[in-house]
Design a protein around this ligand. Sequence first.
Ligand code: ZN
Length: 179
Amino acid sequence: MEHQPFENWILSGESPTASQLAELASHLVFCQHCQFTQEAILGVENLLSSATIESPSPGFTNRFRYLAANRKEEAKRLQSYFFLGGILAATVLVSSGYFTILMLTQSPANLISNLMTNAISLAFEIDELLVALKTWARYVPWPVSLTLGAVISNLVILISSAWLLSVWKVFTRGVKVHE
Ligand SMILES: [Zn+2]
């Protein structure tokens, strides 16, 4: 069956003229192929429009104001994050090697102020990340998030396998050199 020019009209995204629209409608009545094409295009367009941040839905501005009003509560939560996780995160993240280098290159007063600065900026970053995640979850439909999550975790797996492989190659080459 000849699907042109109907397929072009569907795929171009431009609004066809009234006579073209009538032709298209009568073609769609009996052509399942073009029906599927149109449905797929509409589905993708719906998905994109609901996920596009540049063109927010009418309620977006109000919800954004609501979020801004909640910033005070966020600040309170930030304090609790800081007290609960700050000291722990600082101890875990500032590795002993880093600590030793700092001890060797800086005065104790500088060292303490640097550690404090790092801990505070870390707490802020964690809070920003949580807020961003909450905002994301609110405005992006979960199938999109799920797809993105799957893509990102696949990338992480790919990158870590590539890393393991290169370490393994270096390791086996090193063994051969010693033989
Ligand atoms: Zn067709």
